[in-house]
Ligand binder design. Structure first.
Ligand code: UD1
Length: 420
């Protein structure tokens, strides 16, 4: 397994070009299955998770290819509706192929997902919503088997999600766009990536009202066509590089991004003392003092995102004062805490709450990445620490950060990948 060796003590400076969002690209790729004519997606990041989903779709006989940041797809060659465990187990978002297959072809067999070890992460809401639309679903030998009654279309329904779920909302929208009649959804996720999916579906011919709100009304249509669509910028990648500037008293400008979709993160950074300026497609963070401690609660969008929790906790680790962090989305998302403590942080966890007592300086140590965003928090800590830090199990970071070493080096970080 590859590892990173990072020599700390650099003040990061410069510009970084942000990629398309992983969490938008995945539902958009799944959404391509709904198109009856060829469809093209641009600004698609080159990431392990993206490759996994493309391989999964290819396995169904669909013609799909990625060249540079462009994915083209022609579904006319599809010959099966099956998503095997071997691929699905590596990435939870694979469950997003369930609704498009079912809505368009009347059948699907998808393995139950694996993914990051950040909690139990069931898919009950996805299945409940599809059942409310008339799907006949059984779970056998770890596979979800779903079909429509007599191979016909799903039916519009009224459905309220028990909790705000990003993937659950995305799967349900993809089912409803081809269902017979009207679907009214309540308590929908409002994440920018859900909005991106809905916008692409509208471009394909779907009829959706209430995009970006908790209440969506979808009028089913008989078929959807291809289109050309560009993936929204990655707000989590953006936030990670800006947080790195805050760790090191640096000055970083993120380009090809969008400040409007990450206000909660930018507000927290401002509260911590960052000097932030923004333009149409860029954000600059300057930090010339030690960050100030803050309190953070993760909640669904537009509140503070769980995917930025580990990175801002790392900034809190060197802040002046004591910060309190409450993780409300996932029950097991503090696995980076023992690793940060190995690097000299002073963090204690009690249930959903982490108390972070800021220290003046972190110190290098061997550590291990535990999940995707946690791996970036360890990179940030290592860049700020005195000495040479080795980070093992960095395959996690390759799932979600495009060209991460190149981008970090561009900002002045001393980083080497040691092949394992
Ligand atoms: C997506 C993001 C992930 C982010 C998360 C929350 C992608 C590919 N991944 O994950 O990076 O951390 O949103 O913003 O977009 N839940 C249920 N039953 C369900 C579905 C979810 O109990 O059927 C629970 C989950 O266990 C979790 C919470 O709801 O506690 C939120 O999960 P969800 O929003 O569905 O996350 P994902 O879509 O998996």
């Amino acid at each position: 397994m590859d590892k990173f060796v990072i020599t700390g003590g650099t003040r990061v400076n410069g510009e970084v070009v942000i990629s398309g969002a992983k969490n938008a690209a995945l539902p958009l790729l799944a959404g391509m299955i709904l198109a009856e004519t060829p469809i093209t997606l641009t600004n698609v990041p080159t990431l392990k998770d993206v490759k996994t989903l493309i391989d999964l779709i290819k396995g169904m006989g669909i013609t799909i290819d990625k060249k540079g940041d462009t994915v083209t797809c022609d579904t006319s060659t599809i010959n099966n509706y099956y998503a095997p465990y071997e691929l699905v187990k590596t990435m939870r978002a694979s469950i997003l192929v369930l609704a498009p297959l079912l809505a368009r072809f009347g059948q699907a067999e998808v393995s139950l997902p694996g993914g990051c070890a950040i909690g139990s992460r069931p898919v009950d809401q996805h299945l409940k919503a599809l059942e409310a639309m008339g799907a006949i679903i059984s779970v056998e030998n770890g596979y979800v088997k779903a079909k429509t009654p007599e191979g016909g279309r799903l039916k519009g329904c009224n459905f309220t999600f028990d909790m705000v779920t990003v993937g659950g909302t995305e799967n349900t929208i993809m089912a409803a766009v081809l269902a017979q009649g009207t679907t009214r959804l309540e308590n929908c996720a409002r994440e920018p990536e859900v909005v991106d999916l809905a916008n692409m579906l509208v471009k394909m011919g779907a009829k959706i009202d209430g995009i970006g709100t908790a209440y969506m009304t979808i009028e089913g249509v008989e078929k959807l066509n291809g289109c050309e669509y560009s993936v929204v910028p990655d707000r989590i990648e953006t936030g990670s590089y800006l947080a790195l500037a805050m760790m090191t008293g640096g000055d970083v400008t993120a380009r090809n991004t969008n400040a409007h979709i990450m206000q909660s993160v930018l507000s927290k950074m401002t509260e911590m003392g960052a000097d932030i300026t923004t333009g149409d497609d860029w954000i600059r963070v300057k930090m010339d003092k030690r960050p100030t401690a803050v309190d953070i609660r993760t909640l669904p969008h537009p509140a503070f995102p769980t995917d930025m929790q580990a990175q801002l906790m790392t900034v809190c680790a060197i802040a002046d004062g004591t910060s309190t962090i409450i993780e409300n989305i996932f029950e097991n998302r503090y696995m980076h805490v023992p690793e940060l403590n190995r690097l000299g942080a002073n963090i204690s966890v009690d249930g959903h709450t982490a108390v972070v007592k800021g220290v003046e300086k972190l110190k290098a140590a061997p550590v291990m990445a535990t999940d995707l965003r946690a791996s970036m928090s360890l990179v940030m800590a290592a860049v700020a620490a005195d000495g040479e830090t080795t980070i093992e199990r960095i395959y996690h970071i390759d799932r979600g950060y495009e060209n991460v070493e190149e981008k970090l080096r561009g900002l002045g970080v001393k980083i080497e990948r040691v092949k394992g």
